[in-house]
Design a binder for this molecule. Sequence first.
Ligand code: KIV
Length: 282
Amino acid sequence: MLKRVTVPDIMEAKGERKLSMITAYDYPTGRLADLAGMDMVLVGDSLAMVVLGREDTLSVTMEEMIHHTKAASRGVERALLVSDMPFMSYQESVEQALRNAGRLIKEGRAQAVKIEGGAETSQTVRALTDAGIPVMGHVGLTPQRQIQLGGFRYQGKTVEAARILVEDAKALSAAGAFSLVVECVPAETAQAIADAVDIPVIGIGAGPHCDGQVLVVHDMIGLFDRFKPRFVKSYAEFWPQALKALESYRDEVATGVFPGEDQTHHMTPEELERVRRLLGQA
Ligand code: KIV
């Protein structure tokens, strides 16, 4: 039996070692992430874009998040499984947040939830942690607020903006968040945030000074054809390989090369003989 990564394990890693986190949305990506030894696996609401092909993350529903969290959880045996709370699944009231976070834990089999926002979400973070639901915060670029932010833009670029993010991070930590994601901020801002709190700060597009890193799996293995953010490093390019494979299959079906002898099952000679006899050909 594998030892499961726990929330205390994640918190104790701060200052000791760098944490790795990757997104997953189904059994294969969850299993791959787990086999690769990730500390945390995130069923991100990026699901809406890289899996469901939508323009942004705003329309993803609780039912979709639960469905994909369940699928990923079947592949994740070791890593801590975190699931994103979708846009407007926690903003209405603390009661709504408790109900929906509870569903991701009970039905989705997540072990923690992630919510986007700064100090204004403190009350929600406190209520969830009081209920025994570990919460990961998310500050900087918060894609669920991209309409308000004017798109997917870097945040925390000025001293004033960085200071607000530091205060947000402190408020989330004080409210009980066990870690937080910092997305798309200058490396210096991310460092100030990481230095200001005792919980691990996981960066994405936030430079090397964070306590860990997270990437969207489809971006880093090249399985998304629309765009790739500049901060993503390509560790593999599956899209062109997959396209080539599918084109070869289509050609081989058209020319009769597939299925070949290796992929074909025949009747035994005895059974074939019986068929011939039945057909009066023997
Ligand atoms: O939805 C997501 O994939 C995320 C990561 C970018 C952190 O929130």
